[in-house]
Design a protein around this ligand. Structure first.
Ligand code: HSE
Length: 425
């Protein structure tokens, strides 16, 4: 029976879950996969944490050299997070002839070509299923199951923390701050939540997913990013009444004009399958020209769900001698044409003066900028001083909306722009 020796770098939440699955299911893997997997060693500074998992002291490595020089190790699992020292450790493992399995989206999104070049040079595997959407097997679907398609679009809820926050704001009317506190209490959001709420995490994942989907390297700099910190509970509620649900949506489209990649708060129709993806769950919708619609749903984070993705990579690495390398190795995306002035429908909430002619004034600004209005709804009765109005536009260019809002901001008839959210339908 094929033996697979594993080393785990980092025994945090994901490393711990991986260790648990690999050790508890050892006999199951022998029976169902025909492989005998053993965790040979772990690199973890916190000895107590390692011992709590049942790892004896002689299997706790004190430095990376000990790991990469261990002949019993075939696969190195990197679950440390962050760029350094993870990058140095991964490169050392690859150059020592070990296959690497990683969950590190930031490292992968920023340094994929360099890591892949090292893997290719040493003819070892580089696996990254756990970098995107936790336990949902999206990477292997893109690499191994959709070859017959040119993928035209990818849309996903790929960050659980922000989905939890937005769901709470929508269902309970909580403010952003209240929902964030609750997410932190439950362990979904970090003490410093920036990576999630400012959509860096989703941008790393979209960079990886859209690169695979569109067969071209899409760097994070090519992706428009906007987080959820400015989202207001009242906009979620007004949107809901008008038939929309708010999600932090990662969108990739491959159009004749070029590739369009963006992450931002987005209204989608209440009946869209992605609208019912709630709490900390994730989902990705793909459209392939041959297969049509595909949707994958599940847990995007957590010890066992992310461990599940890593274990699948470990077993895949152990069972295959030929490895997948991307078709764009080394291509930094320079040749890809990107669409930055993309088109969306818009939800705009204005707090306007309650006076004669105000409606025609601001609709006039939209008209002057070539923006066609689909709906106008007055959401609070004028009290003689101010009134609140929501406008839904037809599809318009970003640049046109920005110009119109700039003009509206400086006009006498508008007190404030309450909210401005893109609509994808
Ligand atoms: N923090 C991420 C999320 C999970 O909330 O989805 C790891 O990428």
């Amino acid at each position: 029976m094929k033996k697979i020796g594993v080393a785990i770098l980092g025994l945090g939440v994901v490393g711990g879950g991986t260790y648990k699955i690999l050790t508890e299911k050892k006999e199951f893997f022998k029976r169902t996969q025909g492989v005998d997997v053993t965790v040979e060693c772990a690199l973890e500074k916190n000895i107590e944490r390692a011992k709590a998992l049942g790892i004896s002291e002689d299997r706790i490595a004190s430095n990376i050299e000990e790991v990469v020089s261990n002949p019993a190790v075939d696969v190195v699992v990197e679950v440390m997070g962050g760029v350094e020292p993870a990058k140095t450790f991964v490169l050392k493992a690859l150059f020592s002839g070990k296959s690497v399995v990683t969950s590190n989206k930031e490292l992968f999104a920023k340094h994929w070509p360099e890591l892949e070049a090292a893997a290719k040079e040493r003819n070892v595997g580089l696996f990254f299923e756990a970098t995107c959407v936790g336990g949902v097997p999206i990477i292997r679907v893109l690499q191994e199951s959709m070859q017959g398609n040119e993928i035209q679009s990818i849309k996903g809820i790929i960050n659980g923390t922000t989905n939890y926050i937005l769901t709470k704001m929508a269902n309970e009317g909580s403010s952003y701050e209240e929902a964030l506190k609750e997410a932190q209490k439950l362990g979904y959001a970090e003490f410093n939540p920036t990576a999630d709420v400012e959509a860096f995490d989703a941008t790393y994942k979209l960079s990886i997913l859209s690169s695979l989907a569109f067969n071209t390297k899409i760097n994070i700099e090519n992706i428009y990013r906007e987080g959820i910190t400015g989202v207001k509970t009242e906009d979620i509620a007004h949107g809901k009444e008008m038939g929309y649900t708010l999600k932090l949506l990662a969108i990739g489209k491959n159009t004749e004009k070029g590739v369009e990649v963006r992450v931002h708060p987005t209204f989608i129709k209440n009946g869209d399958p992605l609208a019912s993806v709630n709490d900390s769950f994730n989902a990705v919708h793909l459209y392939g020209d041959a297969v049509g619609d595909i949707m994958l749903y599940g847990r995007g984070a957590g010890s066992l769900p992310t461990g599940s993705a890593i274990v699948s990579d470990v077993i895949f690495a152990g069972k295959h001698d030929e490895y997948f390398y991307s078709c764009f190795n080394g291509d930094k995306g320079a040749k890809t044409k990107f669409v930055s002035d993309f088109k969306s429908k818009y939800y705009v909430r204005l707090i306007v003066k309650d006076a004669v002619g105000v409606l025609s004034d601001f609709t006039g600004v939209f008209a002057k900028n070539g923006i066609s209005i689909e709906q106008v709804k007055q959401i609070s009765a004028g009290n003689g001083e101010s009134a609140e109005v929501v406008i839904i536009t037809h599809k318009s260019k970003e640049s046109a909306i920005n110009k119109a809002l700039e003009k509206i901001k400086s006009s006498d008839f508008v007190n404030a722009i309450g909210g401005c959210i893109r609509i994808e339908d």
